[in-house]
Design a protein around this ligand. Sequence first.
Ligand code: ZN
Length: 188
Amino acid sequence: MIKEINLKEKTIKYDFQQKNVKNINLRIKYDGTICVSANRRVTQRDIDVFLRSKEDFILKALKKCAEKNNEPCCEYFRQDEIRDVILKLCEKVYPYFKERSVKFPMIKFRRMVSQWGNCHYQKGVLTFNLNLMYAPKECVEYVVVHEFTHFLHPNHSKRFYDEMAKILPDWKCRRQKLKEISLRGLAD
Ligand SMILES: [Zn+2]
């Protein structure tokens, strides 16, 4: 349900959902959508008071989103480009892994429903989802680095993420963006 509130500086719209959360949850998505959820005992007045107390935070976050979305980074690729783009990204990140004795893998492409990519580390094969054409470049790069990192750590341990952070310090932000693109519904 979309609601509206007049804050001191501006009127904002937010997407409200009643959920089984502790009190009130506030989340601002990277595209600037404000999501508020609260349990059924929370009144509209409580929500208003809460949002007013968070005005500074909300406005700052919205400003950040606006700046981010204006960056020319949100680049998407066509179906006939995506294979080349992924191969180039593989070549770009490979030197880091070469130094760690990883052999250049065989790169495969498929349409997949439940994953963006996978790493068969014993066989030295990386498979990428062709639906990555629906993701911006920064997310495609995240998937490439993620799958390559599995050659060093074939799991999602802390060491895996620490390693990935050395190449992509902002990997969390990229992963979040990727999560917001629904995999289901993209498959053929
Ligand atoms: Zn993984």
